[in-house]
Design a protein around this ligand. Structure first.
Ligand code: C5P
Length: 283
């Protein structure tokens, strides 16, 4: 086998809490994460050359691309002799959206390289390499419903969440992740997610309990310029979403629906105003 194509799923944050700022500049987080069916297609091909080529839609396929960084980290950390690689990414997940699109491409590249070059590599080891590529990459390697702690790399797999339909809507602006973190004063955060309650609701398969605990602490520190996030959130709730929140550092807002036809009508309504609106489900 010299080539493989894998789905790189988008993620959303059912909860996002910030516990403290660390000495190394990062923050200790507590996040309940969920993969959704919106995905990129990542094809990794072993080539005769000795370099890495990468095409990734409108996003540069250079050394800054997380798929390329992941491939470099794979060779550096496993000791597998570097060979030529071509990475071809069909991009559907918007960039800088809070959906971990880049991280998920990096994670899919790691999984592809394991399959092609070192199938005996354990999942834990692949996630350790993933943490060197970016904070969300270990979770993207694992996928499903999981609690992510520390920088995001300490993972606990949870019982699969009740199967919601999801409408994801990304306004046209981007929000800088470091900028948003810099606005957080942990001691001043008032409205924190009830992470323990969310874990309990997930454990019991309680869809209403999950929906009622969806929360992202970043919404409290969003600059006024990004108020459209709240307008989209309100609109999703008016359209029947059982919960709505920003995912990650935004700006994408998601709404959860148990009823597929309600999700479809909400998607149709928002898609008229926001080109980057997607209908998906939990995977
Ligand atoms: O690890 P990654 O490169 O994805 O992180 C991007 C930026 O987000 C970091 O440079 C840091 O400013 C911020 N960050 C943080 N705490 C985390 C994850 C990310 O402060 N747990």
């Amino acid at each position: 086998m010299t080539s493989i194509t894998l789905n790189a799923y988008a993620k959303l944050n059912l909860t996002l809490d910030i516990l403290r700022k660390r000495e190394d500049g990062y923050h200790d987080l507590q996040m309940v994460m969920q993969t959704v069916s919106l995905h990129d297609d990542v094809t990794v091909t072993l080539t005769d050359g000795d370099g890495i080529t990468c095409r990734c839609g409108d996003i540069p396929g250079d050394e800054s691309n997380l798929a390329v960084k992941a491939a470099r980290a794979f060779f550096a950390e496993t000791g597998v002799k570097p060979c030529g690689l071509d990475i071809d990414i069909v991009k559907r997940i918007p960039a800088q959206a809070g959906m971990a699109g880049g991280s998920s491409d990096g994670a899919a590249t790691l999984r592809a390289l394991r399959k092609l070059l070192k199938p005996e590599l354990l999942g834990d080891e692949l996630e350790r390499i993933a943490a060197k590529v970016g904070s969300d990459v270990p979770y993207c390697v694992r996928g499903g419903t999981a609690l992510a702690e520390g920088r995001g790399e300490r993972l606990t797999t949870l019982r699969d969440a009740p199967r919601f339909h999801v409408v994801l809507c990304k306004p046209e602006f981007a929000i800088s992740t470091p900028m948003l973190f810099s606005r957080v004063k942990v001691s001043e955060l008032r409205e924190r997610p009830d992470t323990a309650g969310m874990l309990d609701a997930l454990h019991h398969g309680d869809a209403a309990g999950v929906a009622s605990r969806v929360k992202n602490v970043f919404e409290a520190v969003l600059p006024r310029d990004f108020a459209e996030v709240f307008a989209i959130k309100e609109r999703l709730l008016r359209l029947g979403a059982e919960a709505a929140a920003m995912t990650g550092s935004g700006p994408t807002v998601f709404g959860l629906f148990q009823d597929e036809s309600a999700a479809r009508s909400a998607f149709a309504s928002l898609h008229g105003d926001y080109a980057q609106t997607f209908l998906a489900q939990f995977v």
